[in-house]
Design a protein around this ligand. Sequence first.
Ligand code: PXP
Length: 241
Amino acid sequence: MKKTRLGVNIDHVATVRNARGEKYPDPLALALLAEKSGAHSITIHLREDRRHIRDYDLKNLKKKLKIPLNLEMAPTKSMLKIAIKYKPQFVCIVPEKRMEITTEGGLNLKRDINSLKNIISKLKKQKIRVSLFIEPKISDIKLSRRLGADCVELHVGKFCRMINNNKYSKLTFLKLKKTAFFAKKIGLEVHAGHGLTYKSAQLISKIYCISELNIGHFIVAESLFIGLPNSIKKFKKIIGS
Ligand code: PXP
């Protein structure tokens, strides 16, 4: 039977902490609780403006977690230096815009082809698993393979928003499925993330070749009602992991 891994993104625990400049809630404590509750990896996005996760969070998480740490980062020289310093097990390269509320779309692979190639090869030399956060498009899948990425994470934010607005589109789902299968066929590991809820995660986990989901905002929000362990357990049951 297929098992989908669950990566828990804890950025918004840091958002709440930073809102008041206190030491709580502690992202490390939450990450350890997520680990204990069955998360397969912990995801953090160290943004260039450090609006949520800070460098010391990365340092402490890398030191204390037993499960893999997945660092989301912009494709810049300074972020590459940080990744090489702390050596998370996984890196997911994401686009970043200063004014966005959250990551709005996938990477512009064509525009950044040379810098991405350089960053990917340097990360792989450190034995870090490299994933590229991309729009679900065949052309971007092909380019990701050419660039030497190990995995692609499909940006499913638009699909999830459709589900939230009760506007399920079979065509969008089938397009997503086709793209995911193509990626798997050419040798990439396929993940999905952004905006996932119980409902959208259940639908996406039905795509057999998607092996990992990275979920943050909804899990943190749900934890206010049912607690983090219960939310993780519920997701794991829904996605069959
Ligand atoms: N995957 C990637 C690459 C992301 O950038 C994010 C948001 O930081 C997520 C997954 C998690 O998205 P959400 O918080 O909406 O679940």
